[in-house]
Design a protein around this ligand. Sequence first.
Ligand code: PGA
Length: 266
Amino acid sequence: MHVPPRPSVRELHGLPLRVFVVDSAPELAALLARELVDVVRGELAANRDPVLGLATGRTPLALYAEFARLVAEERLDLSRLTSFHLDEYLGLPRDHPASFRARMREVLYRRIGHPDERAKFPVECDRTEGLDGACADYERAIVESGGIAWQLLGIGLNGHVAFNEPGATADSRTRVVQLSESTRRANRPDFGPGEEVPRRAVTVGIATIRDARRLRLVALGRSKARIVRELLHSLVSSAIPATLLREHSGAELWCDAAAAGELHRD
Ligand code: PGA
């Protein structure tokens, strides 16, 4: 990917969350990929194993491509890296290409040589039994890793973060959830014509996300402009789960110009 030499980024003030607007999505991806490299280096310099929280979906794709490029260019040592993921579908055959494990392999891990055993998901997508135990084990594994240093998050059109759909509470932890119709529709393109989009998933909770030291919410494109405005201008409430992250002291929202396009109207 071409990295522009002078990305134009501006911080918006007077909002209930630190907000950065970057002119274009590639520039935004380059800035956050650089931050991610710096986080990994910082953890290694402090003699800690780097522990990252990563997101699936379309939003982080350019960021992952740029991160993989920087890892190769700078020969970044990822041998001590562990990654935790926000969620996984239930009800798909193992290694289905739309499963989040398969997607992460495809879009990042095969490029950086990150092995499956260090890429943690709350469950495998074909799991049918022992789900409550798997959820509790996942929470424990995050704590035992030392906690997540840097958590990347997309935002759903309905304000979901991970698969915490409207109604999710601030104290929620990893659990089985039903997906909303809006989410299933948004993810439809990842499935073949005759295939059903899963109705259930396992997601980390809002409290799990809030345990991470730094949160990076990212919104790209015009379709996210409405929810970005609502995230910043609505009351904190379970009706828009992303608002429950606003009070986290290490949280930042990063938008491209299109996703920030409705902010000036308020
Ligand atoms: P997207 O998904 O990155 O594909 O827009 C974000 C989300 O639904 O959390």
